[in-house]
Ligand binder design. Sequence first.
Ligand code: NAP
Length: 404
Amino acid sequence: MEKIITLNNDGSLNVPDTPVIPYISGDGTGQDIWNAARLVLDAAVEKTYEGKKKIIFLEVLAGKTAFEKTGEWLPKETLETIKKHRVAIKGPLTTPVGEGMRSLNVAIRQELDLFACIRPVRYIKGVPSPCNDPQAINMTIFRENTEDLYKGIEWEAGTPEAKEAISFIREKSGQDLDENFTGIGIKPISIKNTKRLVKKAIQFAVDNKRPNVTLMHKGNIMKFTEGAFLKWGLEVGDEFSEIITEQELWDKFDGRVPEGKIILKSRIADNMFQQVLLRPEEYDVIACPNLNGDYISDLLAAMVGGLGLAPGANVGSECAVFEATHGTAPKYAGLDKVNPGSVILSGAMMLDHMGWQPAAELIRSAIQKAILNKRVTYDLARQIPGAIELKCSGFAEEICACMD
Ligand code: NAP
């Protein structure tokens, strides 16, 4: 019988054997990817639990399909259903550039208060990488998911709102901005959202015995937003007995990490980009404001095979929505071509989150085998000499075959 996942008093999940999980298939390539991902998720659960457990997937609408069927891009019912079921999975949704509605993805994250975007980046053997030592790449990004860029406070150049903001800025700061030809964007970063994000990142490092957490910021230039992120992040570090800062490491321990301690590092964002490329082994968990997290996610994804293999989770205290890092890749829509690996791996993260780790592990090892067999989608095939290019659906079938 179908059942609903519930939340225990301590925040952990109570997962029945046949949980209902809402899904949004997504725009563009979303439908192809979702069909492929569902095949793999169902097969992994079936093979692992031999019929004793099964996910009952429930479609909820968002994006183009929702608009065509209901006249709304993000029906209230979709958010209510996700809230009620606690765990959901989604494909990518289109956001127009420079005009039109604000992002539905952002709306979902904000409405459900999914404050942490968690993106693990790990090298899979056999995947082409532009780095010399890709095996060293094993990082988990914690990107703040509700403010900074995502607040979307902007006024177009020449509008009364932009002019009013410019007049306020002129009065308060003396900055002389051209009031007719200057667009205005505001970047809010708060103590509450910073602290809960950094706390989650550090707790993850503690729970998983990871050696360090880096606060990635641009606090040298934006002192009261990105600089405050660093200050408040360090304050969170003080609350954990496991944490020592890099400064303390040298001042008190002569650079030798004491048993059981986790190093809290701080890096300015531009420096961080070159450091993760040149010395990936020195970075482990990364906590950052929204925009920095957006950029570094795609860079790190490229270091381990590209967006086709980059999973993610948007997690709050009440529910979690699992989704790929990439977008709708519209030029490939309907071609059954793109790599479904990112949504499949996001599904594996979802199974971990539900406590169904053996099924998640089966998926990860089957993807590893398919890649070593060199039977992959176009994005990997064009980089792996001698590879056979499979369609999106074909790659999913290959992964299922590799579960035997
Ligand atoms: P994108 O959809 O991520 O695609 C950029 C490029 O990444 C593609 O052209 C392709 O590279 C590669 N790629 C993406 N997904 C892939 C996959 N599954 N397998 C293999 N390669 C893949 O980024 P975009 O073109 O900038 O954005 C398109 C739309 O998606 C926009 O409306 C954007 O707002 C939206 N978006 C949505 C989400 C979300 O729903 N969470 C996230 C990001 C963007 P090649 O051209 O080299 O083959």
